[in-house]
Ligand binder design. Structure first.
Ligand code: ZN
Length: 263
C-alpha cells in the first residue's frame, strides 16, 4: 500500500494511492480517516493524484542519518568504512516533499545529492531487538540527503552541512508492502536532468537496516513518523541552480526536486 500525505483545497490529509500512471485517468487517492500510524479506514472518497499537491509523506520529529554505509561511496570521498556507524541528524525543518524546491544555502558552493532508502518508523520504540525491527517499521520512501560537501569538509560536526533548510526531500509516499528482506535488496538510482548519476542496490549496505535500527534505538527513542536515512551508494556529485534531481527506488517510486537560488 502506498500512503501519501497531500493537500487539497487547503486541507491536509493522508490517503492510499491506487492505480498506475498508465491508467486511463491516472492514479487516484482514497482519503483515509485518521492517520496511518494506527488502524485506519479508507473513506472511499477518491481524488485524482493529479489534482492534489503531495506533501512530505510524514512530518518526522527527527531524521536520523547514517554516513558511509556503502563501501564504494566511502572510498570515493577518501574515507574508510567506520568501525561504528556514523550517525547524524537532519532537523525537521530540513524536510520537504516531492516537487518542492531545494534552495542552495548561502554558505556553500558545492551542494551534493545523495539518493537514499528512507525507513519510516511506525511506532514509538527504544532498545529494539533485532528480531523486532520489522514491527517498528511502517514502510519505506525515497530520500535525498542533500549535503553541502564543502561545509562538511570544513566543519567538524555536520549539523549545517546536512541540516540546512530543504536539505531533506522525502517522498513521494510511504510504501508499506515491503518487508525487511526485500528492503535489503532494492535498486536505487539518482538522476540529474535525466542523466543517471548513481545506480546501486540496497544490498550493498555495509550494515543492514536491522543493525541500524538496533544501533540507533540503543541511544534514543524513535517516534512514529521518524525517518532513518540508510546511506548512499557511490556516484555522489554536485548540483547546480536549475538542476532537476530525481531519486528512484525500485518498488517505491520517484522523488523529484528542483534546485533553486536562495531568494
Ligand atoms: Zn547520506
Amino acid at each position: 500500500m502506498r500512503i501519501a500525505r497531500f493537500s487539497i483545497d487547503g486541507n491536509v490529509a493522508f490517503g492510499v494511492v491506487e492505480g498506475e500512471p498508465s491508467d486511463q485517468d491516472g492514479p487516484v487517492i482514497d482519503i483515509i480517516k485518521g492517520h496511518p500510524f494506527a488502524e485506519f479506514e479508507r473513506s472511499g472518497q477518491k481524488v485524482p493524484l493529479s489534482k492534489v499537491r503531495l506533501l512530505p509523506p510524514v512530518l518526522p520529529n527527527k531524521v536520523v542519518g547514517i554516513g558511509r554505509n556503502y563501501a564504494e561511496h566511502a572510498a570515493e570521498l577518501g574515507n574508510e568504512v567506520p568501525d561504528v556507524p556514523v550517525v547524524f541528524f537532519k532537523p525537521s525543518t530540513s524536510v520537504v516533499g516531492p516537487g518542492d524546491p531545494v534552495a542552495y544555502p548561502s554558505f556553500s558552493s558545492e551542494v551534493h545529492y545523495e539518493a537514499e532508502l528512507a525507513v519510516v518508523i511506525g511506532r514509538m520504540c527504544r532498545e529494539v531487538p533485532r528480531e523486532r525491527v520489522q514491527d517498528v517499521i511502517l514502510g519505506y520512501t525515497c530520500g535525498n540527503d542533500i549535503t553541502a560537501r564543502d561545509a562538511q569538509r570544513r566543519e567538524k560536526q555536520w549539523a549545517r552541512a546536512k541540516g540546512f533548510d530543504n536539505s531533506c526531500p522525502l517522498g513521494p509516499w510511504v510504501e508499506t508492502d515491503i518487508d525487511l528482506a526485500r528492503a535489503g535488496d532494492l535498486g536505487i538510482m539518482c538522476t540529474v536532468n535525466g542523466e543517471q548519476r548513481q545506480l546501486g542496490r540496497t544490498s550493498e549496505m555495509v550494515r543492514p537496516i536491522e543493525d541500524l535500527i538496533v544501533h540507533i534505538t540503543e541511544a534514543m527513542t524513535l517516534l512514529p513518523g521518524d525517518v532513518v536515512l540508510t546511506g548512499t551508494p557511490a556516484g555522489v556529485g554536485p548540483l547546480s541552480v536549475g538542476d532537476e534531481v530525481a531519486v528512484t527506488i525500485e518498488g517505491i517510486g520517484t522523488l523529484t526536486n528542483k534546485v533553486i537560488k536562495r531568494g
